[in-house]
Design a protein around this ligand. Structure first.
Ligand code: NAD
Length: 397
């Protein structure tokens, strides 16, 4: 297992080489899907938790814990989700040994230590993490420390429950790594638990999910199956978020968003992320907020990468029903109230050279060659909240 640094909870450098798997182009880009006669060489290597999905599926949690042979389960959440964590502990009955509601964003080392201590004191043989990436991240820390099973009950759309990526922060820096021990054994997706997720958190975790699927579409280790999941994930999330913004308690829209979250999270867990995640990582290091930065940067990186990723653009065109996916994603973010410019988030024009330099210093795999001039250009567009500029010409890295 290797370790890396990230503000994102993901470390794209943790996975394989570049350039093996690209789906055959869909001629014309849009229109009905067709079966391709030709497929490129690819490796498909994904491991998935057992997934239990649907309104009311929380009722299955007790049996799922029993299925894993767990008899002493610690329930983890953020302080804000304590009531739900206690409800879950009640459901688990004698199989629950307590509730530890101290999860925090980016899993501070001290928070992880306390949770591992609570699990040791209770002699827990497993844990249930209920909430978003923060609670699930804490569950991963306990699973890694004790080698015990983790069950996840996600209540946001960010997708950590589908990955083997763990993260921990200390002194403003985040270490991440991949470790199969932290991948949840079972994930229970119950849309009824997301009805109260505020619109802002729904949008930010949903845009985060979208970014994972977009970069999975042109990832060096994508496969045709991952591409199908990514396209469907984008379709589901992009369709659901505007409905949630209008009617947050609509179960059908919540269900579609959680379905999208599952697929986008699975894509993140299966592939290596590229330039977009690298830039967000660097910008996060300068103190820009994580989710909002994703929403602003994604359309610009997508426009930059478009010439090197025609199949990805075609898939996004189908998913978003548009000939211009980058502009459509920017319009979606604006419609959902996400910020449009990096200037709004605190970036200054004078920072751009430094960001470009850091992004190029240890570049991630990318479908198009990453040049200083190109990165500076897209950052200037993102800084001012301009429409994404389509890059010209075919160009594969
Ligand atoms: P979060 O878990 O930080 O939750 C945001 C807030 O929403 C919290 O206060 C939480 O209590 C509250 N909340 C959660 N569900 C709710 C609900 N249903 N109703 C009302 N309130 C609710 O947000 P997130 O975006 O899911 O997670 C972000 C974290 O996850 C970051 O640290 C990020 O790095 C990490 N992450 C990790 C991975 C991975 O694979 N390891 C993937 C994505 C994100």
């Amino acid at each position: 297992m290797r370790e890396g640094r990230s503000t994102d909870g993901t470390d794209p450098q943790e996975r394989g080489g570049h350039g093996s798997a690209r789906a055959a182009p869909a001629p014309g880009g849009r229109g009905p899907q067709r079966c391709t006669a030709y497929l490129p060489v690819f490796t498909h290597d994904t491991r998935s938790p057992r997934v239990v999905f649907g309104a009311g599926s929380l009722a299955a949690l007790h049996d799922e814990a029993a299925r894993l042979g767990l008899g002493r389960v610690l329930v983890l959440s953020t302080p804000g989700r304590r009531a739900l964590a206690e409800r879950i502990a009640d459901r688990l009955g004698a199989r629950a040994v307590g509730v530890h509601a101290e999860a925090r964003m980016h899993v501070p080392v001290e928070t992880a230590r306390r949770a591992c201590g609570a699990a040791a004191d209770a002699d827990a043989d497993g844990c249930v993490a209920v909430g978003g990436g923060s609670a699930i991240g804490l569950g991963k820390a306990v699973a890694r420390d004790r080698g015990c099973a983790l069950l996840a009950v996600p209540t946001t759309y960010s997708g950590s429950e589908m990955t083997s990526v763990w993260g921990m922060s200390e002194n403003g820096e985040k270490r991440t790594g991949r470790d199969e021990r932290v991948r949840p054994r079972t994930v229970v997706y119950d849309p009824e638990l997301t009805l109260e997720l505020p619109v802002g958190a729904s949008v930010s975790s949903g845009m985060n999910a979208l970014a994972h699927a977009v970069e999975a579409l042109y990832a060096p280790d994508a496969s045709p199956v991952v591409a199908l999941m990514a396209e469907e994930g984008v379709r589901a999330i992009a369709g659901a978020l505007p409905r949630i913004a209008v009617s947050p308690a609509e179960t059908e829209a919540r269900s579609a968003a959680l379905y999208g979250a599952w697929l986008c999270g699975a894509c993140l867990g299966a592939t290596t992320m590229s330039l977009h995640h690298k830039l967000c990582h660097v910008l996060g290091g300068l103190g820009l907020p994580h989710a909002e930065t994703h929403a602003v940067v994604l359309p610009h990186v997508l426009a930059y990468n478009a010439p090197g990723a025609p199949e990805a653009m075609a898939a996004l065109g189908r998913a978003l029903d548009t000939a211009e996916p980058a502009r459509a994603i920017q319009a979606l973010a604006a419609r959902l109230g996400a910020p449009r410019s990096l200037a709004e988030l605190g970036l200054a024009a004078a920072d751009i050279d430094r960001v470009a330099e850091l992004a190029l210093r240890t570049p991630y795999a990318n479908p198009r060659e990453v040049t200083a001039e190109g990165v500076r250009g897209l950052l200037h567009s993102a800084l001012r909240g301009r429409a994404p500029v389509p890059a010209a010409g075919p160009d594969r890295a």
